[in-house]
Design a protein around this ligand. Structure first.
Ligand code: SF4
Length: 381
């Protein structure tokens, strides 16, 4: 199971078919000297770690239209055994080249069989090598419920890529995958397990979080379709994060002549998903245009504020935190800072807000300071 951006494919960078060993030299920028790609991942505590992203096999029987690993595409495939992959990772880990691992796979002999190999690899890491670090485990399309539970007992995070926001779009992108039964169902099981079972038997006594990813801009899906599905994933299936991966064409795939997506679209989707997940906005409040897309040129929080706060600005000295967080330029830290400061004195000037770390350039058109709109900034142009 793979998607854009393509998981760094260890198998393509090593001659593993001849069982070669890895020369664990690390360059100063944290990458192996022989070119094995290493990514950065940000942990829930904000700490960034280096991560080896790899596949147990780059062979795949599915034919996803955007994917370089799709069946029938002519390139050299490579496959690890679970033992070999676990051993290889531990060598890299002991060499201090990485601090964690992201395990994925192409689908070979069905999703269940491929998932077994990923779980076996994770079992070997946790049991044989007593590895206690970060382990992101991919769920294969068609995985079974007991496999989801086993994966959750071993992983720090699990994910399954939906790729498209609904069944119709998925058919145009990955015709051999079933949206509801193969992709959504495992996420439902993961949430059921989190709600109904104690995680005390897990490697660290915690259930892992779930994430997913969409390919953006390959099959004409609208932002509304993507954000609407994202909203359900956050609210109903408790996903920690949804990733949006802008489409880039890959040679010798059915979509090789389809244009690459504008990176701003990806950015606006992330901003909108944070508004839904962290800022109390609803789907109906997203500033979609009549075609169901977000404005590329404007931050969606600013677009919402222009339509809702320009004539009805928010009084900084009286607003509840749920109102303050809706003001552009004010995040959760800014809200705390305002609430703390106004206990002691009224906020009457933009300079006071600046001292609290507020992005006043974005906020000033939508606020009142002690009943007055802040003075407009003088332009020298
Ligand atoms: S399942 Fe689809 S996306 Fe995953 S590796 Fe196979 S062809 Fe690529």
């Amino acid at each position: 199971m793979n998607s854009q951006p393509i998981l760094a494919d260890l198998t393509q960078n090593m001659n593993l078919e001849t069982d070669s060993e890895i020369d664990c030299q690390v360059t100063s920028n944290g990458h192996f000297a022989d070119g094995i790609p290493i990514s950065k991942a940000v942990m829930p505590n904000g700490k960034s770690i280096s991560l080896l992203k790899t596949m147990i096999t780059s062979a795949c029987e599915k034919n996803c239209y955007y994917c370089p690993f799709r069946a029938g595409r002519d390139f050299r495939r490579a496959t690890f055994t679970p033992d070999k992959l676990a051993h290889t990772f531990m060598r890299i880990y002991y060499a201090k080249a990485v601090e964690g691992v992201f395990l994925s796979s192409g689908v070979l002999n069905g999703g269940v069989s491929s998932q077994d190999k990923l779980i076996d690899t994770a079992e070997i890491l946790r049991s044989k090598y007593e590895y206690r670090g970060y382990l992101h485990l991919k769920l294969m399309p068609g995985v079974e419920k007991d496999q989801v539970e086993r994966a959750m007992m071993l992983a720090s995070r699990i994910s399954i890529n939906l790729e498209a926001p609904n069944e119709c779009r998925l058919k145009l992108l990955a015709p051999k995958k079933n949206f509801s039964e193969e992709l959504i169902q495992p996420l439902k099981w993961a949430e059921q397990i989190r709600r109904n079972k104690s995680p005390h038997k897990n490697w660290n006594g915690l259930w892992p979080s779930s994430t997913t990813q969409f390919v953006v801009g390959a099959v004409g899906e609208t932002d509304m379709e993507i954000i609407s599905t994202s909203e359900k994933l956050f609210s109903q299936l408790n996903l920690k994060r949804v990733y949006y991966s802008k489409f880039n064409p890959i040679e010798d795939t059915p979509l090789e002549n389809h244009p690459a997506e504008n990176p701003w679209r990806q950015h606006r989707l992330y901003q909108s998903s944070y508004l839904l997940r962290d800022y109390g906005f609803s789907l109906e409040e997203m500033p979609f245009d009549p075609e169901g897309n977000l404005p590329l040129e404007t931050d969606p929080k600013i677009a919402w504020a222009k339509g809702n706060l320009t004539e009805d600005p928010i009084e900084i000295n009286k607003a509840e935190k749920e109102e303050l967080i809706r003001i552009p330029g004010i995040g959760h830290k800014g809200v705390q800072s305002i609430l703390q400061n106004r206990k002691h004195h009224k906020v009457k000037s933009i300079q006071q807000l600046k001292r609290m770390g507020i992005g006043t350039k974005n906020a000033r058109d939508f606020i009142l300071l002690d009943g007055k709109r802040p003075a407009r900034q003088t332009s020298f142009l």
